[in-house]
Structures are given as structure tokens and as C-alpha cells.
Design a protein around this ligand. Structure first.
Ligand SMILES: [Zn+2]
Ligand SMILES: [Zn+2]
Ligand SMILES: [Zn+2]
Length: 355
């Protein structure tokens, strides 16, 4: 049977990275909505907020002083989820109760001194500085002998629990490789053993050939809505070259990484003309010194908005107890992101008011 036939009826799609299934229900997109409606996410309106603990020169809640920084600024989280000095402890009872102490370093990176400057509103040059900051943090933290994994992630928007609107990301570096990348590693390894090639190189080649879920590509990267996407407008950013971490990217490729992140986030903001909330992060090889030739560098965007700036998708009920499920097809979502365009909606409004 053809994919088009399948795509009209309820069906399951396989996620080869996590080796699990997602339920797609395309016939349900017209269902009436009487659920929760969120407030519209407005971008911060001021360049400096005297109350913001991430703005340059301000005092933070814990009493520390944020210096008068002028570019990106990295500091150790005042309320870290893990501590570097944890003693090695292990608890086990009846092979059922298992616990281990975990050593880690948690940092915060302010993208710029400007309180209102989000990634889609940055110039390429400004965003390149952020990218360079990520490479540095990944390398420096990864070289610490007991750190085996570095997770760089951004939670954008109150909807996703971002505690401060000042554009920033977090870096959590710790001894254990977390669940999500561990599962991906197992999938990369199994695929490589079976096919003698890379899961994501093969997947990207296929998607570029089919060209129905690609949102944008430049010379070094492509961004697409994965065939198995769970979140309505979930995307995957893939490097075209097979490499395992951002420190292996050339200077030209780092520019192109900044370029594609800027383009996808502009498209996101344009989609519902809002400061589009998302959780995003990079998946890179563990930093325990292994070669990890099977690993393919990538980034995930997981945005919670469903069909307008005010309607959010919840992962509850069947999704918590059974499998994730979506209504709108990934192909439709990709089409909408393509149509969203790359001129930021706030600039379009500015154009109109000039006239
Ligand atoms: Zn601020
Ligand atoms: Zn690859
Ligand atoms: Zn991943």
C-alpha cells in the first residue's frame, strides 16, 4: 500500500531513535476544543529590567552579583540540580530499591546582555557568539575527567517552566549518561552493527530524497519534522556531515548552525505570531573519552503549542499510560513551517506601521 493511503487513517509510526511507536490520528484534526487556553506569549518589551537577575549588574536571588557583561555570560547555577562534590554513595535493597549519588555541574548561559533579545531576533553574528559559547562549554566541561555527558538545553517560555524571560540556556554536565541519549546510543549501535552505516545519515538522505518533511536546509544542516514526531511542530536539526559533537564542526559549519537555528526559530515565531515556546537541546556523544563513531550530532525542538498561540498540547491520559499520540500529521506540520516564512512577524508589523 502507499504512504498516502496509510496517512488518511489512524496508524502507528516507529521512532528508530527511541525504538518506540507514536499513534497518528489524522481524522481527528477537526475535533472541537473546549480545553485550556493559554495566554499569548509576548516577547519582553524592555532591553534592561532592573528586577531581572540575569540582566548585567543586577543582584541575583541568592545574593550573587551578575557582572556588567557585554556578550554571552556563563555562570554556575545558584540553585543547581546536581553538585560537583557529591561523595560516591550507592544504596541497594532486594535488587528493587536502587539509588546512586550523582556528581554534576549546572550552569546558566545568558545569550546576551539584552533582556529582550531572543534567538530568532539575533543577528547571525550575535548568534554565532552563542554557538561558540556552547562549543566552549561542551569542550571545557567534557574534559573534566568525571564528566561523561554534557546536556545543553533551552526552555523558552513560561509555558515550559522557564523561570526568567531573559534569553538564556542551561548546561547540565554530569557523570551518568541520561536516559534519552542512552537510548539513542543503543539505537545508533544496533543500526550500525546491522547495516554498517549511520541511522541518521541514512534517515537524512531518505528525507532529502522524499522532500515532504524538510522545513529548510543549508549546506551543512537540515531541519525537518521527523516522521515519528510526537509534539505538533517538533523538529530535528541534523548535520549533513557525519560527526559526533559540535567541537568537530568547522568555523563555516558553526556559522551554518547559527543560520539554521535562526531560521527555524523565526519560522516558529511566525507560525502563530507569538514568542513561540519550546524546549530544545543538542544530543552529542558522551564525553568519557570514547570515540563514539556511531553517534550523529543533532538537536531536537519540542514545542508544546498545538494549533494557535493559546492552545497547548498535553501529554496525558493515553500518552502517559499507553503511547504518545498526535492528530495533525508531521507532513502537514512541515508544510505549515515552510509557509511560515523567514521574515520575522515583528519586522513585518514594523514595515506596516512605517507605511
Ligand atoms: Zn534580563
Ligand atoms: Zn551519521
Ligand atoms: Zn536525540
Amino acid at each position: 500500500m502507499s504512504f498516502e493511503e496509510l496517512n488518511k487513517v489512524p496508524h502507528r509510526r516507529f521512532n528508530p531513535l527511541l525504538r518506540e511507536w507514536v499513534l497518528v490520528s489524522p481524522h481527528r484534526t477537526q475535533r472541537p476544543w473546549q480545553g485550556r487556553v493559554e495566554k499569548i506569549q509576548k516577547p519582553p518589551a524592555v532591553t534592561f529590567d532592573p528586577e531581572c537577575y540575569l540582566c548585567p549588574g543586577n543582584k541575583r536571588a541568592g545574593g550573587a552579583q551578575t557582572p556588567p557583561y557585554t556578550e554571552t555570560y556563563v555562570f554556575d547555577n545558584d540553585y543547581p540540580a546536581m553538585l560537583p562534590e557529591a561523595a560516591p554513595l550507592q544504596f541497594e535493597q532486594a535488587e528493587l530499591l536502587l539509588g546512586k549519588s550523582e556528581q554534576g555541574i549546572c550552569r546558566v548561559m545568558c545569550f546576551s546582555p539584552r533582556h529582550d533579545l531572543t534567538i530568532p531576533r539575533m543577528t547571525l553574528q550575535e548568534l554565532r557568539r552563542v554557538v561558540d559559547g556552547w562549543v566552549e562549554q561542551y569542550s571545557v566541561l567534557g574534559q573534566i575527567p568525571w564528566i561523561n555527558h554534557v546536556q545543553i538545553f533551552e526552555n523558552r517560555g513560561e509555558l515550559l517552566g522557564a523561570s526568567n524571560p531573559h534569553p538564556h540556556c542551561q548546561i547540565w554536565a554530569n557523570a551518568a549518561v541520561p536516559n534519552f541519549p542512552s537510548r539513542e546510543l543503543a539505537s545508533f549501535r544496533e543500526y550500525r552493527a546491522k547495516k554498517h552505516s549511520c541511522l541518521l545519515c541514512d534517515y537524512l538522505r531518505l528525507e532529502l530524497e522524499l522532500n515532504v518533511r524538510i522545513v529548510y536546509q543549508n549546506e551543512a544542516f537540515a531541519v525537518l519534522v521527523p516522521f515519528w514526531a510526537v509534539w505538533p511542530f517538533e523538529t530535528l536539526v541534523l548535520s549533513k556531515r557525519h560527526l559526533a559533537s559540535m567541537d568537530q564542526l568547522s568555523s563555516g559549519e558553526l556559522d551554518l548552525l547559527a543560520d539554521i537555528l535562526r531560521r527555524i526559530t523565526i519560522r516558529y515565531d511566525n507560525l502563530f505570531e507569538t514568542a513561540f515556546p519550546y524546549s530544545m537541546g543538542f544530543h552529542q556523544k558522551p564525553t568519557d573519552g570514547g570515540a563514539y563513531e556511531e553517534w550523529h550530532f543533532h538537536a531536537h525542538y519540542f514545542p508544546p503549542l498545538l494549533r494557535s498561540a493559546t492552545i497547548q498540547k498535553f501529554m496525558v491520559g493515553y500518552e502517559l499510560l499507553g503511547s504518545p499520540q498526535r492528530d495533525m500529521t508531521p507532513e502537514h506540520a512541515a508544510g505549515q513551517l515552510v509557509e511560515a516564512g523567514e521574515r520575522h512577524y515583528l519586522d513585518r508589523t514594523a514595515d506596516r506601521s512605517v507605511r
